[in-house]
Design a protein around this ligand. Structure first.
Ligand code: HEM
Ligand code: HEM
Length: 199
């Protein structure tokens, strides 16, 4: 990846940084949205038409939250595929030479695990709604890619949830690493993603 002359050290290009921060922002919205809508749809106490207590509220707001989650998830999938294509063709700035090779190796593992999960989780989400026939999104219907199979849908939703928790775990590690580089090692790794301009 070419070095941007406006910055004093090799940084990610503006395109790579735009992908990184846009995907990070959408992921930070997608998690609370996913947990809250799932709570409303499956757990929130309510009463049925006979006045009996039931779990789950399927009103307009719940439907709107589910549609938003599916739409946002498909946007994340598209952006991650584009970002990976860009990453594989344009590369990344060379690693900071002051960082021990073992740390660099671990950070690369975390980055590639994140890319894999950011593809797998939305694909599993789509497969689960396809097997379960929950394809409504706002006033549209997404294409059905599979036959209907409720058991498989339930199982894939479990994988979707597990993958989502793995993303939370790796993103937490990733943010701890950024804090460590910035405040403890005081190196310039974070500046590769949030660069300081040279005058
Ligand atoms: C990177 C993208 C995505 C992330 C991080 C994500 C994350 C989550 C999370 C955290 C939950 C709540 C899990 C629970 O408490 O049960 C969830 C549920 C769900 N997700 Fe996603 N999701 C993503 C993409 C998608 C996509 C693309 C679809 C479908 C097109 C989708 C469909 C669903 C559905 C229908 C549920 C509700 C399951 C239920 O009610 O039990 N997700 N997702
Ligand atoms: C406050 C939040 C975040 C901070 C401070 C941050 C910081 C950084 C920094 C400094 C790098 C460059 C590391 C290096 O050059 O060795 C980086 C790369 C990366 N970040 Fe983040 N990040 C954040 C959130 C996220 C999130 C939420 C995701 C995933 C959803 C993510 C995924 C990645 C990936 C995959 C790379 C590797 C880029 C590549 O070389 O292709 N980051 N991040």
């Amino acid at each position: 990846m070419a070095q941007d002359p406006k910055y004093a050290l090799p940084t990610y290009t503006p395109t790579a940084r735009a992908f990184h921060w846009l995907i990070a922002l959408l992921i930070f919205i997608q998690f609370p949205l996913g947990f809250y809508m799932s709570y409303r749809g499956n757990e929130m106490p309510s009463v049925n038409e006979k006045g009996e207590p039931v779990k789950g509220v399927w009103d307009a707001l719940t439907g709107y939250l589910y549609s938003s989650h599916k739409l946002l998830g498909l946007i994340v999938l598209t952006l991650v595929v584009l970002r990976l294509l860009y990453r594989l063709t344009q590369g990344a700035p060379r690693s900071d030479p002051t960082v021990p090779p073992a740390l660099t190796g671990i950070s690369h593992l975390v980055h590639w695990a994140l890319y894999a999960l950011l593809i797998a989780v939305p694909v599993l989400g789509y497969l689960a709604i396809s097997y379960g026939d929950f394809l409504d999104i706002f006033n549209f219907r997404l294409p059905m890619l599979t036959v209907k199979n409720d058991d498989l849908s339930k199982e894939i939703f479990e994988w979707h949830e597990l993958g989502a928790f793995l993303i939370i775990g790796f993103v937490t590690l990733h943010i701890i690493a950024a804090v460590y580089h910035y405040f403890v090692r005081r190196d310039r790794v974070v500046e590769r993603m949030i660069p300081k301009r040279v005058a």
